[in-house]
Design a protein around this ligand. Sequence first.
Ligand code: C5J
Length: 230
Amino acid sequence: MVAIAAQPYAYPLPAASQIALVIIDMQRDFLEAAGFGESLGNDVSQLRAIVPTLQTLLAAFRERQLTVIHTRECHRADLADCPPAKRVRGNPRLRIGDRGPMGRILITGEPGNAIIPELAPLPEEWVLEKPGKGAFCRTDFETQLQQRQLTHLLLTGVTTEVCVQTTMREANDRGYECLLIEDATASYFPEFKQATLEMVRAQGGIVGWTATTADVLAAIARYPTATGVS
Ligand code: C5J
């Protein structure tokens, strides 16, 4: 069996056509000053540490022509897809839809809503816009996964305990085999990241698996590259 060395036990690798790297919300709004993350009072510099790791994963997936899915948390300009509860909760400096230095906060098409340049999607890559924390909430994500016959999702991105964990739980409930890449996800709260890793792999993998980038790269090296040479 070809597998990724993972916790709580080895994660069996499917056919190359069935696996996807899911990069959640690596947007300027969460990683740069004056975006949504900072408006909530967070130290956004903490999230940058995973960028080189994600670049390595992205290159390995692209080299093998494996599916890459980028997500963006965003809303329509008229906020029709933003529940009032989401907009009014708390006491942020700038609310969703307010104008900040990077354009309107968390609004699709605004400069701050873009994925950071280091991880910019290729024109042919799948970019899922999602109004919720989870990628399945009010999107066609499940339909698209089914149409493409994807069954195994390797999750990365930010923030671990919010959009990443919500998406992983939604996917797990729908029957997808999910693995969270430990050093390719980050939180504004390191202790929340650690707790998430432990809770997803507890009880025999109740939400899924976790593994390091090194172990993922070692395993996917079994898939042929576009040129046939690894
Ligand atoms: C948050 C996210 N934290 N992408 N969004 O509001 O995790």
